[in-house]
Design a protein around this ligand. Structure first.
Ligand code: MG
Length: 392
């Protein structure tokens, strides 16, 4: 049997309550709660068998919502209630982890969202030969001693000085025993407790990007780093064109809006050529065929159907392919009805269907100067361009 490696993520702090929001571990980074990023890193590491998170009891709902967003994982243990201090939370986590009988534990602060698989691997690797492992980065700045606003008292040699990061790795039984023994003394990290218990703690190379979010301003820096790490995106465009015949009736559907009048558009569905052109444009952008292949007129399901369904299903297809609609522009070509009185209602309806802000939905109209089939009022045509962002 291979040794069981586990991770304990400490997320029980009160954190920053700037602006009256949630504690920092639940504040959004990259659009998701901060704690999610560490959770994903450890759950996603093949050598880690179990992950346990220590949380503040009053934050349980926030934590469960965040964990839910990560998706189900057999590795993730139910959260444990932390204590009044970080040290007490770690001890509570270690006591709970003892039930799964781990060989090692990596103890990590949720406030370090950029922990990489490389760093986790490096700490685990060094644990092979040492009961404790501490990732560190060199101190780059010259160090001075003195009081704020006062004079420099001394320059402190920085040789042999390091900044300690997490995850800190330990032989499980040894760190649990050390935490129990020193529960009534305050330490700032687990390596210090190991040190007090005379456990050897080996230094390994940390990661400059593994920054700790302490102040509200740190979120801005972290967001910038998040953007840098984000996989690149490219935008692709597709175009669509559609025509339906005009017949006597009680109104036409265009871009999801019914415009009353003494005529209608003939078609198997509601014959909304605006939505059909947009649907085809999105399909074109993601290279997924055309509206006829996905929603054939031979299929009774689409008889008289509201055409927003076609666009909604197509956008689901786009999302499944990693795509995100970013802009749509549609032109309606007809002599009647007059489009301008309905343009804003169409934009609003298209924004609602697509989830785009109205500013990124364009509805235009033109006549053909009474030329051709649209000019003779035999039918209405629409053309559309859709822009979709996809992974680069
Ligand atoms: Mg059509």
């Amino acid at each position: 049997m291979t040794a069981l490696h586990t991770a304990l993520i400490v997320a029980a702090g009160k954190g920053i309550r700037a602006g009256g929001g949630a504690p920092k571990q639940y504040q959004p980074l990259g659009g998701r709660p901060l704690v999610i990023w560490s959770l994903k890193a450890f759950l996603g590491h093949p050598a880690i068998g179990h992950v346990l998170v220590a949380i503040a009891p009053e934050d349980e709902a926030l934590y469960l919502a965040a964990a839910d967003a990560v998706g189900p994982s057999a590795k993730l243990l139910p959260p444990v209630e932390g204590g009044a201090t970080r040290q007490a939370s770690v001890l509570a986590g270690l006591e709970a982890l003892a039930a799964v009988g781990p060989a090692t534990v990596l103890i990590h602060d949720a406030a370090r969202p950029f922990v990489s698989a490389d760093l986790i691997g490096r700490v685990l690797g060094a644990l092979d030969g040492s009961p404790g492992v501490l990732p560190v980065i060199p101190v780059a700045d010259t160090l001075k001693r003195g009081k704020a606003g006062g004079a420099v008292e001394a320059t402190v040699p920085r040789d042999g000085l390091w900044r300690a990061q997490t995850p800190q790795g330990f032989a499980f039984d040894a760190i649990l025993a050390a935490h129990r023994r020193f529960a009534d003394r305050a330490f700032t990290d687990d390596a210090a407790i190991a040190e007090a218990a005379d456990l050897a703690v080996r230094l390994v190379e940390g990661d400059a990007r593994n920054l700790k979010i302490t102040e509200p301003e740190d979120f801005a820096l972290a967001e910038a780093l998040m953007q840098m790490n984000r996989p690149s995106e490219i935008t692709v465009t597709g175009q669509g064109f559609d025509v339906h015949r005009l017949i006597p009736g009680d109104g036409v559907w265009l871009c999801g809006v019914k415009i009353p009048g003494p005529y209608a558009l003939l078609g198997h569905s509601d014959a909304d050529c605006g939505l059909h052109a947009i649907t085809d444009a999105v399909l074109g952008a993601i290279g997924a065929g055309d509206i006829g292949t996905h929603f054939p007129p031979s299929d009774e399901r689409w008889k008289g159907a509201a055409s927003d369904q076609f666009l909604i299903r197509t956008l689901e297809l786009a999302r499944a392919a990693g795509g995100r609609l970013v802009h749509v522009d549609v032109t309606i070509i007809c002599e009647r009805p007059k489009i301008s009185p309905h343009r804003e209602a169409m934009r609003a309806r298209l924004a609602e269907i697509t989830g785009l802000p109205a500013a990124r939905v364009s509805v235009k109209a033109t006549t053909t100067e009474e030329l051709g089939f649209t000019g003779r009022r035999e039918g209405i045509a629409a053309q559309a361009v859709a822009t979709v962002a996809i992974p680069g």
